[in-house]
Design a protein around this ligand. Sequence first.
Ligand SMILES: [Zn+2]
Length: 200
Amino acid sequence: MRKSEKKLKRRQRQLSKKFVKGKKPQSNNYHKARKRLGKCHLKVSRQRKDWSIKQARCVVASNYVVVYEDLKIQNMVKNHHLAKSISDAAWYQFTQWLEYYGKIWDKAVVSVNPKFTSQDCSNCGHRVKKTLSTRTHVCPSCNAEICRDTNAARNILSRGLEIIGIEWNQGTVDAERRAEGRAFRNLLVIGNALGDNSLC
Ligand SMILES: [Zn+2]
């Protein structure tokens, strides 16, 4: 996709070079470039859609429960540090496909409130303020030291399980290991924790 984006930039440049202000109609070459740019946009959006579908399909197919954060993308795109990766990930589209596959395969797909999922300690509940650049969660209360995303993922998981009414034994080493292994950014997928070994 990055490759297509480079191409997109080039096409955009080519088009603006051919644009003559005030000229009507624009040259044939301008219109050719315009069509090329349009095709390129179409390709990028299709690639995005394709990625969302494949990932969502894989995630839902290999797990019984999928919990994700109901992120407010609009607000996050305003944060220019995050904007690129979020709109790329086509998060909303992705979650829609998660819901879709959840429905057709009868799996639990739950969205949870993202408030403080990164800040709260997944071990003891203590709130530890951190900025986006702090990548490790260090809890002064219980001395837990885990990856920021793993910590968030565990919070997301327990919120999700609370919603569907499954108790998750946080004390089990295995559950922790599995949780860590499957932390996909802030999304946590549990399959193994419920006895499924076939993971993508
Ligand atoms: Zn703690």
